[in-house]
Every structure is written in C-alpha cells, then in structure tokens.
Design a protein around this ligand. Structure first.
Ligand SMILES: [Zn+2]
Length: 354
C-alpha cells in the first residue's frame, strides 16, 4: 500500500488507513536516520498507545477566517495581533516537552531578522502569492471553491529546519525559480544559522509552524479539552520561540499538526483555540512519498509518487505537497529538482502559505 493514495483524499473512507499511516510515518521522528531530531520517542508512543483516529478525516472542519476571497493574497496582520510587535514573553502555560534546553523568552522586543515583512511569515517578495492557511485549507476541503482559472501548488517541507537538508532544498528552489512553505519545529531554528533563514525569506519562501514539541503523546492524549489545552499551549510556545529568533513582528496563520490534522480525532476544540489566535490548520493533498514507511526507493519514484497522488486527488487546481527537510531526507533533496520541473511543466504557479 505504499503508493495507494486514494483519489478520495481527505474525503472518502477508502483513503483513511493509507493516508493516516503515511501521515504518522511521515514525521521525521519515526525515521531511523533522525537520531538527533527532537521528541524521537514520541512517535513510538503514538504508534503504540496513541493510535490516530481513522474517522477524523471524514469530517474535517475549516477554521474561521476562510472567508477571504479565493485568489486574494494575504496581507500582514496588524501590530498587536497576538503579540506582533510586542516583547517576546514566556507563555502562560507550562513548557511542552522538548528535547531542547528550556526556551528562555527574552522579555524584550526582538529585532526582526533581515528579510521578514512585519506581521507575516515571509518577505515582501512573497506578498503576491502568499495565501492564508484558512483559505488554502478551504480549497482542499471544498475543491469547488478552488480558483478555476489557474493552478497553484504549495510545496511544503516539515520537520526542519536543518542546515544540510533545508539548505539543499533552498538551492533546489532557487535553481527552479520556485518557492515553498517550511513548517518548522520551533526549537530547531536555534540550530541553524540565521543567514539561512534570511536567505529563505529573501528567496520568497514562508516560514510556518509545525509545533514546539512535535510530541504526539503531549498533543493528542486525552479528552478534546486536553487536546485543545495542549495544542494551543504548544502553539503559544512555538510562536514565542519563532518570534525570539525571527523577530517580534513574526506571525504565521499556518499550523501543520505533527502527523497531520487528518490523523487525529476530537480536534474541534483545539481548532477553535487556534482560530482565536488567528491560526488555521493545514494538511496536504499530495506527497512525494518521503512520508511513507515504504517510501519510494529511487529518485524517479518520488516524482512518480507526486504525479500519482495529484492524479488520485482528481487533479485539483490547488495542490499542497508534503515533503520533509530533516535528517535522513536526502532522497527528497535529490528528487526535488525533477519534481519542481514537472510542476512547472504542468502550469502550476508556486504559492506559499502565510
Ligand atoms: Zn512532523
């Protein structure tokens, strides 16, 4: 079932088992090569005691804020929105589990990193093609709302940043004249040179959030209220960590759940908690296959997986592709030039998720 990405992605029951297994397997923490990635033990916890729900895919919810007209690129959020522009302080909840040393909030306004447009997760170059996560999410959940007159692809990378693999993907994107959205595990941004983050922003990419802990047990254990409490707390720590490195004006409306929103049940309360913060979850409707336990074993296999998953999603005009830029994802880096080239040949414009 390695390549069985159903045409009813995110809507039909047929796809659920396969998609869920890919989603869970996709996070770098299950990767044997990712020995130094955070929360390594959490994946095994998820696979044993925290089995993802198969029913959660059937009825996804669209977070609030999806009323922005389709096709309208996003603007920056005003200063003051959820701390934008203010001092970076410690969140009002206990620090989520992390393999990193405890995050120390500076308690001051942090100068923005070079390349960041205030109130956004990208640089000004991306204004023309940056779309709020709520809009992209709605496009995925209700394909009838997608733009009719153009094809947009959102290439996404999870579980970074890492100096090696994020750097290689930036090279790939630069050569192709493409851009992507990087869903980062917040504390990992301490491990990379700020120049790489600036380079990414100046190239027109977006830097979004893929949690602080990446810990399935912490995020998804317990009641709906427990999940809401932990996921929102995790996001609070993630945005604080990102603002401490990227600058006080950093904000991203895009949150990708570790394992994928589609993999878990009873998230409506946590979705609402995120929506209160101006945040929407965003999954994917295509993938290179580096998420799969039985991932492609050749570089051409990754491109074939992209083609196949898009086709099986009924060739939508809006495609969000799941990839990873963390430890062990060498083949993703090697495959990306052919994937980007093929996407261009098919007439897709490259967007980013703000
Ligand atoms: Zn992940």
């Amino acid at each position: 079932m390695a390549f069985a990405f159903s045409r009813k992605t995110m809507a039909g029951a047929v796809v659920l088992v396969t998609t869920v297994s890919m989603a869970i397997a996709g996070c770098a923490n299950s990767d044997p090569e990712s020995a130094s990635s955070p929360s390594k033990s959490s994946a095994s916890a998820a696979q044993s005691s925290l089995q993802p729900s198969k029913s959660s895919v059937a009825k996804p919810t669209v977070s609030s804020g999806a009323s922005i007209p389709a096709g309208m690129p996003s603007g920056a959020v005003p200063s003051g929105t959820y701390g934008v522009g203010a001092a970076v302080t410690k969140p009002n909840c206990p620090e989520p589990p992390s393999n990193y040393s405890p995050f120390q909030a500076p308690g001051t306004v942090v100068k923005d990193i070079d390349g960041l447009e205030p109130g956004t997760n990208h640089g000004t170059a991306a204004d023309k093609y940056a779309y709020p996560a709520s809009v992209v999410n709605q496009w995925l959940q209700k394909p009838s709302t997608q733009p009719k007159n153009k094809k947009i692809v959102f290439v996404t990378f999870d579980d970074g940043p890492t100096t090696k693999f994020t750097g290689e993907q930036l090279d790939n994107l630069e050569k192709a004249g493409a851009r992507a959205t990087f869903f980062m595990i917040a504390p990992q941004i301490r491990d990379v040179n700020k120049n790489m983050l600036t380079r990414s922003l100046k190239m027109g990419n977006a830097l979004a959030i893929h949690s602080y802990s990446h810990d399935y047990k912490y995020l998804y254990h317990g009641s709906a209220a427990d999940k809401a409490k932990h996921i929102s707390c995790d996001w609070d720590w993630a945005i604080a960590q990102n603002r401490a490195v990227l600058g006080s004006d950093y904000f991203s409306s895009a949150f990708r759940h570790p394992g994928g929103h589609m993999s878990w049940s009873n998230l409506s309360q946590s979705d609402a908690a995120l929506a209160k913060r101006g945040v929407s979850w965003i999954d994917w409707n295509a993938m290179s296959g580096d998420a799969d336990v039985q991932r492609p074993t050749t570089v051409p296999g990754y491109l074939e997986m992209v083609k196949k998953s898009i086709k099986e999603s009924d060739n939508p005009n809006v495609v969000v592709i799941l990839n990873h830029d963390t430890f062990g994802k060498q083949m993703t880096a090697e495959a990306m030039p052919s994937i980007l080239s093929w996407l261009k040949s098919q007439g897709y414009e490259f967007g980013v998720i703000s």
